[in-house]
Design a protein around this ligand. Sequence first.
Ligand SMILES: Cc1ncc(COP(=O)(O)O)c(C=O)c1O
Length: 330
Amino acid sequence: MEALAEANHGHAVAYGDDPWTERAVADFDELFDCDTVTLMVWNGTGANVLGLASALSPGGAVVCTDCAHINVDETGAPERILGSKLIDLPATSGKLSARQLESLRHQIGVVHHVQPRILSITQSTEWGTLYSVAELEALCHAAHDLGLYVHLDGARIANATAALGGTREALRSFTTDIGVDVISFGGTKNGMMYGEAVVFLDRSLASHAGYVRKQITQLPSKVRYISAQFSALLHDDLWIRNASHANQMASLLHSRLVGRSDLSVSAPEVNSTFPTFSPAIEQHQIEALREWSYFYDWDTAGRQVRWMTAWDTQSDDVERLVTGLDHFLS
Ligand SMILES: Cc1ncc(COP(=O)(O)O)c(C=O)c1O
């Protein structure tokens, strides 16, 4: 908020030609230790569409998991805007394996099939899991071997970085070091008011990205307000500290849930837990709990829900939730 207020003095050139954006792009270059092309956008769906659209060629398709945000939680925006097929492969705990990509080889170069052009992976995943560096390296290698670019949906890239060591080197170990080509870099979920960045590590993919951003309605006239927030977040690695805190709060939440008879939950790898209510709990009790403190269903049939922790979750919030559980599930 201070960064927003600081950027709110006087006038600046619009559409990103301003000192705040110049600084933020330099901050991203420093973060990834390379010369990126970085474009600010309004939201995560837009970031994904921009990253994918820039790397796709006619006849191309995007390979992802069946549970990828681009596949199930963006209301079909990628298909509608890209006009391309998403090839969704079955995920295990939110993840793909390098071996699964082999199943695509037969369609490459065959005129009757869409041409897999991009592998889009999410780190940390929609299931709150983490790819290890070795797993991602193998995936990138397999993708590049098939002639695919690699897009990383990093709506929660900060939580992954925090969990994999909490340093800039950790970030680079699963991005620049292994050949990821373009990243949707999350801001909103990690403390920003709004805004995400598309970071092209392969600059050649960005040759038309500026035009595409405008076409897909993701070019804010006052880009500086997103840029200023990113500089504040990247400064002194606040982004990693925020995400580490969120991850720690998920561990605390898990420790307070484990052993309860009314639900079961496995240990979080980042900042999400996916409790499943026991059959003894009646639906009206779950609804009363939800009425008291809103949460999303994850798998309605399986009575599984998703409880996230955030950069600003406090241990008191966790205790309050436990009190609510005791009250509504008893
Ligand atoms: C993995 C992932 N990608 C992208 C997004 C983008 O979200 P939005 O378009 O709501 O900013 C989200 C939001 O939940 C997400 O979880």
